[in-house]
Design a protein around this ligand. Structure first.
Ligand code: C2E
Ligand code: MG
Ligand code: MG
Length: 592
């Protein structure tokens, strides 16, 4: 129903125009070159002169009235309107819309919306009008039961199309854009703090403000562009072109101009959200929803601004939300597993504990490492749900190992958000109480260095409370969080885990080796135990041993494994003499 923008029409007289002569003896004014286009358009279109005599009417308008294209040329348009005065409009208002009833040749009344654009000559006199005729009966037929009147399509206060009509108009405009490979912008506009204004000045002043703004905004739009009021202080603009930055600024500055209500000058602002088809290739209703979503984003960003909807970002967000929903199911549906990776003392060969590492046994995608799902749940309450699951699962495992005669401390990774929850120590105490046969000293927590540094005072308090319960705390991935010496001294941790990134390259990168040596030096000075992660080879183990770090964990010792495989590994381990006999290099006898 909405034709392409007339703003782009050329007004250059067509040299070879030999179209219909205007009745009434006036010499024909040269017609614009767009007339051919008018005739071709699918929408009902008219070109009238200054007095609204029909100069050109296309086939679609002929169909609407019940005659051939151009059959009414030369006749006053008002002859075909039941309310002829409808076209008398404010002389200064060059764009307006008016709801009329047209007279079909059969005598039938046909409701229509006329969108009128005045074209002026060089001296400012009105030369012609371009009129887009929207067949409201057709709209009603396609979207509403017959019994409902056309007033369902217009907002009583402003006379603008309402939500029903604009939804239909967007759908029509979309089809038009599809056919013509054109663009479409849907813009949602919501006044900021309108409720406060309404409360302060009263409802009738609020209404005056809304209709005043509606008028102002209409003036910024082309004849084929739609302004609708879809709710209290919510408007929608639909146009067949990109809503460029300059245009959006123009809308906003028009809204910001003070408006006089009685003797009060009132100022308002609005938040705008825009989406563009075909960039956002969805149907009409979704386009409107996306524009509204973007408008809410503009509100969040502090109001009196605009935000453009980004379909790629929305897609990514939806994917992430879907993954979160799926992960929540995984927790409830028993799809998570804990794998255990041994930690050993290379000096004594003793196994000092295991680290619990979560895995997702996904029914379709197989066994997923935490790097594939933890980022999706970061910052959500699922992080806490997972943490609780891991803690209680680890305690159950401790219990069953104890029953099997295996006493092996289990370290659990605690996410920063989980650790800093107000009731973390209380929840931990409850979980420990639920497993009374498991001594608290067998449970250890691993806290990321970055988490501890983020809110050092809270972290310290929580860590102390955990230790009071008998649970040791290790600082994980140490060296990656730029901890200062002071912090390390203050942090009441029992173990420092040297990050695997330094260990991996320590043999080839003197810088990494220097970092490891400094960490070991600091840990010794502050009397903290330390453990190296990522020990992949005997060579790494020996080098670490040489610089004084004897606790180790890594693929060279064992990969993370399901709980069921741990007893078997524990039996095997003492037989791996090259690893368990590392203390011998202290004599220097077989160092590389
Ligand atoms: P992390 O706590 O530092 O755990 C050590 C990670 O290094 C594990 O990866 C482990 O499989 C891997 N690793 C161990 N030895 C070696 C080695 O020699 N070479 C190499 N290249 N890697 C080694 P994973 O299991 O993929 O876990 C990655 C991270 O995910 C963990 O790092 C931890 O931060 C987090 N994570 C794992 N499980 C949990 C959990 O239950 N809760 C929370 N909040 N985070 C977890
Ligand atoms: Mg860890
Ligand atoms: Mg680590």
């Amino acid at each position: 129903m909405i034709p392409p923008a007339f703003g782009s029409m050329s007004l250059t007289p067509a040299a070879n125009w030999d179209g219909p002569q205007v009745a009434g003896g006036r010499p024909p004014v040269p017609l614009p070159s767009c007339c051919h286009f008018l005739e071709q358009a699918n929408e009902a279109l008219l070109l009238t002169d200054a007095e609204h005599r029909i100069l050109v009417m296309n086939r679609a308008f002929g169909d609407f009235i019940g005659c051939a294209a151009n059959a009414l040329v030369g006749q006053p348009l008002s002859d075909y309107l039941l309310s002829p005065t409808a076209l008398l409009h404010d002389e200064f208002d060059d764009r307006f819309r008016v709801q009329v009833e047209c007279r079909h040749v059969s005598g039938e009344r046909r409701p229509a919306l006329l969108s009128v654009s005045r074209l002026r000559d060089a001296t400012g006199g009105v030369e012609r009008h371009v009129i887009v005729v929207t067949d409201l009966a057709a709209l009603m037929d396609s979207s509403r039961p017959q019994s409902q009147g056309r007033e369902v399509y217009f907002d009583a206060l402003t006379g603008l199309p309402n939500l029903q009509l604009v939804t239909q108009l967007i759908q029509d405009a979309l089809q038009h854009a599809e056919r013509t490979d054109g663009e479409l912008a849907v813009c949602s506009l919501d006044l900021d703090h309108f409720k406060a204004i309404n409360d302060r000045l009263g409802e009738s002043a609020g209404n005056l403000l809304l209709s005043g703004l509606a008028q102002r905004l209409s003036h910024l739009l082309g004849g084929d562009e739609v302004l609708a009021r879809i709710g209290g202080d919510e408007f929608v603009v639909v146009m067949h072109r990109r809503a460029e930055h300059a245009f959006l600024e123009q809308l906003q500055s028009a809204i910001r101009q003070p408006i006089l209500i009685g003797d009060q000058s009132v100022r308002v602002s609005a938040s705008l959200g825009v989406t563009h088809y075909p960039y956002d290739a969805v149907d009409g209703e979704v386009l409107l929803r996306h524009a509204t979503q973007a408008m809410y984003r503009a509100k969040q960003r502090g109001r009196d601004t605009y935000h453009c909807f980004d379909p790629d970002l929305d897609q990514a967000l939806q994917v992430r939300q879907e993954r979160r929903r799926r992960f929540a199911q995984a927790i409830d549906g028993d799809e998570l597993r804990l794998y255990y990776q041994p930690q050993v003392d290379m000096a004594s060969g003793e196994v000092v504990g295991v680290e619990a590492l979560v895995r997702w046994q996904h029914p379709q995608e197989g066994l997923l490492a935490p790097g594939l799902f933890l980022p999706d749940i970061a910052g959500t309450s699922l992080e806490i749900d997972l943490g609780e699951w891991v803690l209680s699962q680890a305690l159950c495992q401790l219990q069953s190992w104890r029953e099997a005669g295996i006493t092996l401390p289990v370290s659990v990774n605690i996410s920063p958000a989980h650790l800093l929850q107000d009731d973390f120590p209380e929840r931990l105490a409850v979980l420990l109480e639920a497993n009374p046969q498991v001594p608290a000293r067998l449970l250890k927590l691993e806290v990321l260095e970055t988490a501890a540094m983020h809110d050092i005072n809270t972290a310290m308090a929580v860590i102390r409370q955990c230790q009071t319960l008998g649970v040791d705390v290790a600082i994980d991935d140490f060296g990656t969080g730029f901890s200062s010496l002071t912090y390390l001294r203050q942090l009441p941790v029992d173990l420092i885990k040297i990050d695997k990134s330094f260990v991996r390259d320590m043999l080839s990168d003197p810088g990494d080796m220097a970092i490891i040596e400094s960490i070991i030096y600091m840990a010794n000075r502050f009397d903290r135990a330390m453990l190296a992660e990522g020990v992949e080879s005997l060579e790494h183990a020996r080098a670490l041993f040489r610089v004084g770090c004897t606790l180790a964990q890594g693929f060279g010792i064992a990969r993370p494994m399901p709980a069921g495989r741990v007893p078997e590994w524990l039996e095997e381990w003492p037989r791996r003499e090259e690893w368990t006999d590392l203390q011998r290099p202290i004599d220097g006898s077989h160092l590389v």
